[in-house]
Design a binder for this molecule. Structure first.
Ligand code: FES
Length: 173
């Protein structure tokens, strides 16, 4: 009869495990703010020079006028995985191209209807009208958009598009 092997010491400490992290706690929405050159961009610029804080996940895209933002620009951004879009133009009656912001309002309303119909959520797109002095309103609008989109979660369109496409859009902006 052969002697049995000595017992192996088993550590009594519990195995170290990393608690699972819910994906939602890692996710940060990607937001675009299309700002017209004359008022909204100036308001964003003023917010920056006054060192007003707003979320860093907002990428500002400078447009000559909101009337120049076509439906395909907005739809394309959503298809490339953007979670929310803010269109910011001059006050009604204050557009430097007369009616650009009125056309933009109609377009955003139409796209909002489409987003609601396809289940993406119309809250993911919003238009605001600002004067160049309305930096606090710009900051508030951006914060509201981020909060709204965070509550909604990632865009359902995000998963359908490879990440490189989203990066491509960012490099274009
Ligand atoms: Fe601002 Fe047209 S120039 S919306």
């Amino acid at each position: 009869m052969t002697p049995s092997a000595p017992p192996v010491a088993v550590p009594m400490t519990a195995p170290v495990t990393t608690p699972p992290v819910a994906p939602s706690t890692l996710w940060e929405p990607e937001i675009i703010a299309f700002c017209c050159n004359y008022c909204a961009y100036a308001a964003a610029d003023l917010a920056g020079s006054k060192r007003m804080q707003y979320p860093v996940n907002v990428r500002i895209i400078h447009a000559p006028c909101t009337g120049k933002i076509e439906m395909e620009h907005i739809l394309d951004a959503f298809l490339k995985g953007i979670d929310g879009i803010l269109v910011a133009g001059c006050l009604e009656g204050g557009c430097h191209f007369l009616e650009g912001n009125l056309r933009a309002r109609k377009r955003t309303d139409r796209i909002r209807e489409m987003l609601a119909e396809i289940g993406v959520g119309d809250e993911r797109l919003k238009m605001v009208n600002l004067s160049a002095a309305m930096a606090p309103t710009f900051v508030e609008s951006v914060q509201q958009m981020v909060d709204t989109v965070k509550a909604l979660g990632p865009s359902p369109l995000k998963e359908s598009e490879p990440r490189e496409e989203s990066q491509h859009l960012e490099s274009e902006g």
